[in-house]
Design a protein around this ligand. Structure first.
Ligand SMILES: Nc1nc2c(ncn2[C@@H]2O[C@H](COP(=O)(O)OP(=O)(O)OP(=O)(O)O)[C@@H](O)[C@H]2O)c(=O)[nH]1
Length: 300
């Protein structure tokens, strides 16, 4: 069990929910990439749907800056291309450094909203693919293909802001492999890697709907359960725990079975920030380890 957690990323969100594993990988026709500002490098696919940008939580791309209007600008597709419109913002939308009311978007255009600079790109462009690769490298864990810690915490931060503004439940699981060091020591590091990959696949397979799984540490995973209270999250955690214990890892790993301990915590007045939530789930994980491992402990 490793030590952890004080990260606190920017409070942002996308209403276009990330797909599990890969974020917004569908073949949209165009995208925006954040060149400057919070969420640097993030890509926002601009498909057939209208994309709104602004400070309000309902915006598809939220920019949490006071100089940004709640509904600042809108981008949409027309038969002959994409267009952008300023929504009567106080501080204007700039296109290639010029204020606009409405304009056509061309590949490579820079959109400035507050201190945020977005680059508009046609999805077919080589540069868009390059940004895709870079973004994936920044957000994914290369061993398991799950989201990495940094990206998971950023998504958790956004989801928590959304839960807080809508007074909706949100739960977090921290899932830690039991006695993983002894697996490495006994069967070798490559065998340990195989176990990590197999556990990642199993967790991902069990994560249905909006549940988001990530690898947040060496032998540590996390799951975010939007709109689920601790009772449901605890039941889900128990299913994970039982499924991992029942998993036959086969010949490749050397070891045939592995177990996990899981700590569960829910967003509430006492766990109002990501750091609080992580701390609460972590405390429960500690209890699960102390209680004998291969078990779930849930914050009251
Ligand atoms: N194979 C492999 N091992 C890793 C990786 N990252 C971390 N580890 C190992 O994970 C082990 C974690 O050990 P500990 O933190 O002592 O935890 P543990 O042995 O699982 O014990 P408990 O958590 O108390 O049940 C260490 O041996 C790390 O070297 C990785 O990417 N691959």
């Amino acid at each position: 069990m490793t030590s952890r957690h004080n990260d606190s990323s920017t409070t942002q969100r996308r209403t276009i929910r990330p797909a599990r594993g890969f974020e917004a990988r569908s073949g949209s026709a165009a995208c925006l990439v954040v060149l400057q500002g919070q969420r640097l490098g993030q890509r926002i696919d601009v498909g057939e749907q209208v994309v709104t940008l602004g400070r309000a939580p309902e915006c598809d791309f939220q920019i949490m800056e006071r100089s940004v209007s709640r509904q600042h600008a809108r981008i949409w597709k027309e038969p002959n291309g994409y267009r952008i419109k300023d929504l009567d913002s106080t501080n204007k939308t700039l296109l290639n450094d010029q204020p606009i009311i409405e304009a056509e978007l061309k590949d490579g255009d820079h959109i400035s909203i507050g201190s945020c600079v977005l680059k508009f790109m046609e999805r077919s462009s080589v540069e868009a693919r390059y940004h895709d690769e870079i973004y994936q490298l920044a957000t994914m864990d290369p061993l398991t293909g799950l989201y990495n810690r940094r990206h998971f915490l950023e998504l958790l931060e956004r989801e928590l802001a959304r839960s807080a503004s809508h007074r909706r439940a949100l739960s977090l699981l921290i899932i830690d492999l039991d006695h993983f060091k002894s697996i490495n020591d006994r069967y070798g590091h490559p065998a340990g890697d195989v176990v990590l990959k197999q556990v990642a696949v199993a967790l991902q397979a069990l994560a249905h709907g909006e549940i988001l799984v990530a690898r947040i540490g060496g032998e540590e995973f996390a799951a975010m359960l939007p709109e689920q209270g601790v009772a449901d999250a605890g039941a889900f955690a128990q299913r994970l725990c039982d499924s991992i214990a029942a998993l036959d890892l086969g010949e490749q790993a050397g070891v045939r079975n592995v177990t996990v301990s899981i700590g569960v915590a829910g967003w509430n007045a006492d766990a109002a920030t990501v750091a609080d939530l992580l701390r609460a789930a972590d405390a429960e994980l500690y209890r699960a380890k102390q209680g004998g491992r291969n078990r779930v402990c849930i914050a009251a």
